[in-house]
Ligand binder design. Sequence first.
Ligand code: DAH
Length: 340
Amino acid sequence: MKEKVEQYLNEIKHFVAETEEHAEDFRLKYLSKKGIVPSLFAELLNVAPEERKTMGQLLNNLKTTAQNKFEQLKASLSQKDQVKKETIDLTLPADYLNLGSRHPLSIVRNEIVSIFSRIGFRVNEGPEIEDDWHNFTALNFPKEHPARDMQDTFFIEKDPDILLRTHTSSVQIRVMQNEKPPIRSIFPGRVFRNEAISARAHCIFHQVEGLYIDENVSFADLKQTLYYFATELFGPDTKIRLRPSFFPFTEPSAEMDISCFICGGEGCKICKNTGWVEILGCGMVDPNVLAFCDIDPEKYTGFAFGMGIERITMLKYQINDIRLLFENDIRFLRQFESAL
Ligand code: DAH
């Protein structure tokens, strides 16, 4: 029996447990009710009385050794577990990176710029703070003319009048003053009007202006350029319609409608059942405007057009409230993530 105990002690000493199950095997083998330690204690009854004391001590020692070993196995396994948890697993897929997205107004502006740049238009910018001359006078708005009231102006200074530009048409003047024809350019930018903010109007919004000045530029050129633009932006089946209109800086002037891209002209809510939606103003540059910019109206002609980026964005993405474009609500902006 003594030898058996020594053999078990040796076995216990060298026992290794890789997993929880191994540790449990150990407990079952030595410490459970039918395990080695309790059965050795049961054998104690058969041992000669004079040896019982020493054997008892030996068995007690075996028991505590097995118990200690079991505790030790459990402790070292849970430590291993901890280490496993704290180790970085380089094979795990990375966390999702939120890249952000372009603002819908930027998406549409970029698209407009790209469409016109494909037919040779450049991009120019002008100041948002303008003087009366560039915003009105040189664009053929006579002093005291009621047409000035069409655009409720934010004035910064009176006499001389300094104001926030009410349209990007003022950039036409700056470009014509600085460059000689042929001029083929578009001017995207921010404009300001003293209007009450509602679902349909804002006091700050964006426009893109276009200008083409050369010898022999005709209304047919204007029409063809705008037709190309409309089909590029709204699809190849788009039709255009030009309606006579009035702007002081163009003669003749027109407003352009496109066939409704939602219902294809059948009539729906977007086109208010007319089959057409208005998207821009245009016309042949008034000879007075050319003269204001020292361009000879006898030699050169040209066309101009102007459109609101908000209006086109709202039509394209069917946004029913202009304020959504300025509130920067992330739930709204996220919807344009794929439209980069
Ligand atoms: N400036 C006009 C506006 O803000 C838009 C416009 C109309 C621009 C006709 C043009 C044009 O160049 O020819 O309402």
